[in-house]
Design a protein around this ligand. Structure first.
Ligand SMILES: NC(=O)c1ccc[n+]([C@@H]2O[C@H](COP(=O)([O-])OP(=O)(O)OC[C@H]3O[C@@H](n4cnc5c(N)ncnc54)[C@H](O)[C@@H]3O)[C@@H](O)[C@H]2O)c1
Ligand SMILES: O=C(O)C[C@H](O)C(=O)O
Length: 332
């Protein structure tokens, strides 16, 4: 039997990530090759004409899975009945800025859009916040949309996760698809902790620890970590624009695994509302290792955290505590 279409909202759809992600969604990269979709695209008034151009291109691309396009500058209309909301709308940082430098502009957008989502979206809407500062924007959205279950509001750290997989694959000269179970802990910022202590590579049908294969703790504990932490800044320096195709692709990965499930034996990183796991205080949106099944994520429990990692987990939590109070002061 033909499946009913799923309504997917992309905010900031006339921007860079928007332009990269809408064809991916319309081709099935987010919800699978059998799932029809209706795209809801939101942008602001000055971008209305450009947004309409994106709609024209979507029609011209004749995607068989695409069953409709709503392109609007009206937030209420954009949110009507959406099942998935990918929140990209906002302002990107420029060279020399930290992601929290776009805080005051972006958190107020998330406060305003929270109530529109709450009022208009499907009751079980799954929300992914991409715009920076992603964890704190997601937290603000959660606080101002109290009727959306907290488990349904997440932020993107899958890009950092994929960057970590990419660095290991390059170092070991192995296929990236054979590397798994890296972890991004904490904030999508330069304090995030990319952790390879539980990561493995499939070699001759068996899983071998990344630490054993790399055999260079000095590199893993220094350069590897800073490369992943600073990758967003390196892309901005090179392109003069922040990452877009990799962000769009990772956002599709995030939703796909959340909805369709993570492969057996592997986990991914997602920014989720903390429940106190690993000693991270509740009340923060923090990136954890998660597995997903039947549309629900759960934090992987029981991983051993050594002293080096403990310090890093706590430092990025501390930054999120500070961002949270800065965000609240921007909203007052
Ligand atoms: N979490 C991540 O891994 C990650 C990765 C890359 C980029 N980002 C962030 O994603 C965001 C978007 O990046 P981009 O490169 O696409 O930027 P962009 O400037 O190209 O596009 C952003 C779009 O959002 C629109 N917009 C602004 N205010 C809006 C509002 N109130 N409602 C709806 N739309 C609005 C703008 O008009 C623009 O079209 C930035 O904040 C960037 O820092 C996050
Ligand atoms: O670094 C940025 O500002 C953009 C994005 O968050 C990224 O990680 O590429």
């Amino acid at each position: 039997m033909a499946k009913d279409p799923v309504r997917v909202l992309v905010t900031g759809a006339a921007g860079q990530i928007g332009y990269a992600i809408v064809p991916m969604i319309a081709r099935g990269a987010m919800l699978g090759p059998e799932q029809p979709v209706i795209l809801h695209m939101l942008d602001i008034e000055p971008a209305a004409e450009s947004l309409n151009g994106v709609k024209m291109e979507l029609i011209d691309a004749a995607f068989p899975l695409l069953r409709g396009v709503v392109a609007t500058t009206d937030i209420q209309e954009a949110c009507k009945g959406v099942n998935i909301a990918v929140m990209v709308g906002g302002f990107p940082r420029k060279e020399g800025m930290e992601r929290k430098d776009v805080m005051s502009k972006n958190v107020s957008i998330y406060k305003a859009q929270a109530s529109a989502l709450e009022k208009n979206a499907a009751a079980d809407v799954k929300v992914l916040v991409v715009a920076n500062p992603a964890n704190t924007n997601a937290l603000i959205l959660k606080e101002f949309a109290p009727s959306i279950p907290e488990k349904n509001i997440t932020c993107l750290t899958r890009l950092d996760h994929n960057r970590a997989l990419g660095q290991i694959s390059e170092k070991l000269n192995v296929h990236v698809g054979d590397v798994k179970n890296v972890i991004i802990w904490g904030n999508h910022s330069s304090t995030q902790y990319p952790d390879v202590n539980h990561a493995t590579v499939t070699v001759n049908g068996g899983d071998k620890p990344v630490r054993e294969l790399v055999a260079n703790d000095q590199w893993l504990n220094t350069e590897f970590i800073t490369t992943v932490q600073q990758r967003g800044a390196a892309i901005i320096k090179a392109r003069k624009l922040s990452s877009a195709l990799s962000a769009a692709s990772s956002a599709c990965d995030h939703i796909r695994d959340w909805v369709l499930g993570t492969p057996k034996g592997s986990w991914v990183s997602m920014g989720v509302y903390s429940d106190g796991s690993y000693g991270i205080q509740p009340g923060l949106v923090y990136s954890f290792p998660v597995t997903c099944e039947k549309g629900q994520w759960s934090i992987v429990q029981g991983l051993k955290i050594d002293e080096f990692s403990r310090g890093k987990l706590d430092a990025t939590a501390q930054e999120l505590i500070e961002e949270k109070s800065l965000a609240h002061s921007c909203l007052n």
